[in-house]
Design a protein around this ligand. Structure first.
Ligand code: SAH
Length: 473
């Protein structure tokens, strides 16, 4: 191949990669080009040539794809958070569904016919901007010495000022402007990670979409917040402001939050509801960031579980117990397992707040808790729900699930590659893929969630819900 770095080439974009990059061929060799869209013809500069493929940078769109739309945010290319913002929303959804289907075929070994027949159309959003209920804006200093808040450019640590992210809550802008004004007034410097000096590192903002309640938590590189009364005065006047706090983080790390939270004003928490279940959220709590789609995702998981009321359900990787609580109304009992002890504490508090009594939560690894309870306590399950992190389920967990022979397995996944790998194991173990549906939890990004229903093949009619906690079948 004669092409080399810095060559300018004309490419037609014929496909899109996992990360949303455009793929076009030069003399049969694929080039991966960020910001180029399916259907574009572009001029690109080659940045790297490897054996058999290469990378290039978009220089100029010669003829734009019919799927191109005017992006909402002028920074979308620099920021990198919204890889797909220039693609029409309809096409984004098609891209995501296709990505899942391809992985299920390629890595899961399912045939296109089966997948097509059992697919339900991807769940998109009507309002696909301003859906995030949580934002963590880094604070820094610009060349003129002014404090700025915004986002890190690409994979760097230099901050591009933007207080108005198109995915975030509308209130973020006003809150950030008040914080920046306060910093100027009290001559408080932003943290500088190269010198380790300066005070304000990040501004965390959370909003309960169902209640409107707002929370602000400043992450600071110090023990005190000078002039905090003035800041409290201004921020607390924002309608629905419920909690102001700060978190001390004096370590030179990429971890945003410090370990402890100091309350400045208000309750320290906000309340939110998903469906009719209420949650109490603190600055450190794990909570899904798109509440509108989370409700749809959980409803779908409940629908796939098709509970009649007498089932024992296991919810593995349960986080703060959200899916468990959603399932509890329709089941006899639900048991949740989660590795982070604090999340299990939150799950218990949330169950109590909502007066849900037929749930139990266990802190530990799914691949340890489940086998142990199965061999020692002979626990059983009619339905097992899993919602693992990106790396998917542990093999030991999958094997225990198979041994327990639940009638149905509902797999909720944020990574269709590991989903496909795990489904292959479950299919080999005698489970059949019955239904699947992608859910767009993160419009404009390349991420996609999937819910899959599996049921036991040739399942004989088994009576369910006859035993008590831990009873033998
Ligand atoms: N179902 C929850 C959380 C899903 S995120 C919700 O919808 O809110 C995945 C969760 O799995 C995280 O809370 C993470 O802490 C947890 N986790 C990661 N590895 C685990 C393991 N080996 N065993 C149990 N939980 C684990």
């Amino acid at each position: 191949m004669e092409y080399k770095k810095n060559d300018i080439v004309v490419v037609e974009i014929e496909d899109m990669g996992e990360g949303g990059e455009g793929i076009g061929k030069i003399e049969g060799f694929p080039l991966f080009i960020k910001d180029a869209l399916l259907g574009d013809t572009i001029e690109a500069r080659i940045t790297k040539m490897k054996k058999g493929y290469g990378y290039a940078r978009l220089e100029k769109v010669i003829s734009p794809s019919s799927f191109r739309v005017e992006p909402m945010c002028e920074f979308h290319r620099q920021c990198g958070g919204c890889q797909l913002q220039a693609l029409s929303y309809e096409k984004q959804l098609a891209f995501k569904e296709n990505k899942v289907e391809n992985n299920l075929m390629r890595l899961g070994g399912f045939s296109r016919e089966v997948l097509e027949a059992r697919k339900e159309p991807i769940v998109g959003m009507e309002e696909c901007f301003h859906y995030r209920n949580k934002a963590q804006f880094p604070v820094g200093t610009d060349k003129e010495g002014n404090s700025v808040a915004g986002f890190y450019a690409g994979r760097t640590h230099s901050i591009i000022p933007n207080t108005d992210c198109a995915l975030g809550a509308y209130e973020n802008k006003e809150i950030l402007e008040i914080v920046l004004e306060y910093m100027e007034e009290y001559r408080i410097a932003a943290y500088d990670e190269t010198t380790g000096k300066g005070l304000i590192r990040h501004v965390l903002i959370r909003k309960g979409f169902a209640t409107g309640e707002l929370m602000v938590c400043l992450v600071i590189n110090g023990k005190k917040l000078p002039g905090k009364e003035a800041l409290i005065e201004k921020l607390s006047r924002i309608p629905n402001m419920t909690s102001l706090s700060y978190s001390i983080n004096q370590k030179n790390t990429n971890v945003i939050m410090g370990e402890e939270i100091q309350l400045l004003w208000g309750s320290g928490t906000i309340e939110d509801r998903i469906g009719d279940i209420s949650f109490l959220i603190s600055p450190l709590s794990f909570y899904q960031v798109n509440p509108v789609q989370t409700k749809r995702l959980y409803e779908l998981a409940v629908e796939y579980a098709s509970l009649k009321g007498n089932e024992t359900v296991w919810d593995l990787y349960c986080g703060i117990g959200t899916i468990s609580l959603f399932m509890a109304k329709g089941a006899r009992q639900v048991c949740g397992v989660e590795i982070i002890p604090q999340a299990i504490e939150d799950a218990k508090v949330n169950a109590a707040r909502n007066n849900i009594r037929n749930v139990q939560f266990f802190a530990g690894k799914a691949e340890e808790v489940l086998p142990e309870k199965y061999t020692r306590d002979h626990i059983r399950a009619d339905v097992i729900v899993v919602d693992p992190p990106r790396k998917g389920c542990d093999e030991k967990c999958l094997q225990t699930m198979l041994a327990m022979k639940p009638e149905r397995i509902v797999y909720v996944s944020c990574n269709s590659a590991t989903l496909a790998r795990d489904l292959k194991v479950l299919a080999k173990g005698g489970y059949e893929l019955k239904r699947w549906r992608a859910v767009d939890m993160f419009p404009h990004t390349v991420h996609v969630e999937t819910v899959v229903l599996l049921s036991e093949e040739k399942s004989t009619c088994r009576r369910s819900g006859q035993s008590t906690w831990g009873g033998r079948r």
